[in-house]
Design a binder for this molecule. Structure first.
Ligand code: PMP
Length: 459
């Protein structure tokens, strides 16, 4: 591709520092400039259409345009009150309405909701609340947070520390000292020869308890997990994994933080991932589909017992000194309220359950292809792991960047997917129809047809 002087590409290369990008490569190839969207499609500035098979960053649950009532709700709020904050006994209607609505949806009766702007911030808030809670209870040592290897919880200093991926730590001086990582519940990769899913889950639960005992339960505040690990490789834990670890956490008085940033609002075929896996959380973090990603907003919900401790401690200190200027921004809150209204009136969960069947069946059929080692998925989430040798499960050399090569090839066939290492993630907008699913897999099939000979040639 030629990059013309003064084009958006050229100006971008000269000025923008991109998230999650090979910066050197970016200088050579420049960006694909996305200029418009509708439904599950986005269009680049040269007029090419793509099916956005990851909903952006697992986020655009209602697609990339065409939801007039979202635009109306946002503009109406912009006209009425474009900004107010929630500090120091102030409130506004969208903020109050959204907090009330979320508490009604969550299994946290009489709990409370704190608003942030991103998933990372929602998790940072959860950590700070766990610390504040234990300080208030006179347990200043009970501060460590356990997260899973390969989990993704964000990139702020604390959230990146929770994230169990080396590249998020390397050269950033992370993780911070109070974080511990436990085993990743990925059966295909980490089970022993012949170990059943059930036995694997039992072993991971035992290993978690050993970690807790080694560290001392009196030093551990919370455990955080995504119901399905997203950015770390689309990993669906064994069915009984959460059943086995929850009693251990309870026994050691360790809070369960459910990171619903990807799974929340229908993605797994229930409104929340904790329903799908029978998790009873003490805190829930949400973002992305909370506002269908029309505007940035995230939330950290806490149980009543946690709230009561925070309340009494803040009275003692004089203030609960945590909050962002944009916590509960009224326009973002209005967007979230409208997104939640759409989910309900259109029964988005029922829709996901219906289309998940062909979506997952077609994903699983890819297992017949060469180089496809595992296909995993639930709801409208699927991961297709590419391997060098199906029999031995041997991966490609990471330096070859096979996943990224696949992602680039897919784009030539009008399909945007996301490579998580060599796992290809599919997480389309929740509004995707049966026909659109067919079209998505047609494009994916064409990508494989072109890609497999390329891989064969380099073996
Ligand atoms: N938690 C999970 C499960 C996520 O997938 C992400 C983002 N992909 C985050 C947290 C961080 O969210 P953000 O990028 O909005 O900070």
């Amino acid at each position: 591709m030629t990059i013309h002087a003064n084009s958006t590409q050229a100006r971008d290369i000269a000025h923008a520092l991109h998230p999650y990008t090979n910066l050197k490569l970016h200088e050579r190839i420049g960006p694909t400039v996305i200029s418009s969207g509708r439904g599950i499609y986005v269009r680049d500035d040269e007029g090419r259409d793509y099916i956005e098979a990851v909903a952006g960053l697992w986020s655009a649950s209602l697609g990339f345009g065409g939801e007039e009532s979202m635009v109306e709700a946002i503009t109406a709020q912009l006209r009425k009150l474009p900004f107010y904050h929630l500090f120091a006994h102030k409130a506004h209607e969208p903020g109050t309405d959204l907090a009330e609505k979320l508490i009604k949806m969550l299994p946290l009766p009489n709990g409370r909701v704190f608003f942030n702007n991103s998933g990372s911030e929602a998790n940072d808030t959860a950590i700070k609340l766990a610390w504040y809670y234990n300080n208030a209870l006179g347990r200043p040592r009970k501060k460590k947070i356990i997260a899973q290897m390969k989990a993704y919880h964000g990139v702020t200093i604390a959230a990146a520390s929770l994230t169990g991926l080396t590249r998020n730590h390397l050269d950033f001086d992370l993780p911070m000292a109070s974080v511990r990582h436990c085993d990743c519940p990925h059966h295909y990769r980490f089970a022993k020869e012949g170990e059943s899913e059930e036995a694997f889950a039992t072993r991971l639960a035992e290993q978690l308890e050993n970690l807790i005992l080694r560290e001392g339960a009196d030093t551990i505040a919370a455990f955080i997990a995504e119901p399905v690990l997203g950015a770390g490789g689309l990993i669906v834990p064994p069915k009984t994994y959460f059943d086995k670890i929850q009693p251990i956490l309870k026994r050691h008085d360790i809070l369960f933080i459910a990171d619903e940033v990807i799974c929340g609002f229908g993605r797994t075929g229930n409104m929340f991932g904790f329903e799908t896996f029978n998790i009873q959380p003490d805190m829930v973090t949400m973002a992305k589909a909370l506002s269908a990603s029309y505007l940035p907003i995230s939330a950290t919900a806490i149980s009543e017992p946690i709230y009561e401790v925070l309340r009494d401690n803040s009275a003692r200190i004089g203030s609960f000194a945590h909050g962002y200027t944009y916590s509960g921004h009224p326009v973002c809150a209005a967007a979230a309220l409208e997104a939640l209204r759409i989910y309900e009136t259109r029964n988005i969960v029922g829709h996901v359950q219906k289309v998940a069947k062909p979506f997952l069946a077609k994903a699983r059929a890819l297992l017949d292809l060469p180089f496809v080692g595992e296909v995993r998925g639930i709801g409208l989430l699927a991961g297709v792991e590419l391997v060098r040798d199906k029999k031995s499960k041997a991966s490609f050399e990471p330096a070859r960047g096979v996943g990224m090569m696949f992602q680039t090839e897919a784009q030539k066939h009008g399909l945007i997917v996301r490579a998580l290492g060599d796992t290809i993630a599919l997480s389309p907008p929740l509004i995707i129809t049966g026909e659109e699913i067919d079209d998505m897999y047609l494009r994916l099939g064409r990508t494989f047809d072109a890609f497999i000979p390329q891989l064969n040639a380099t073996l």
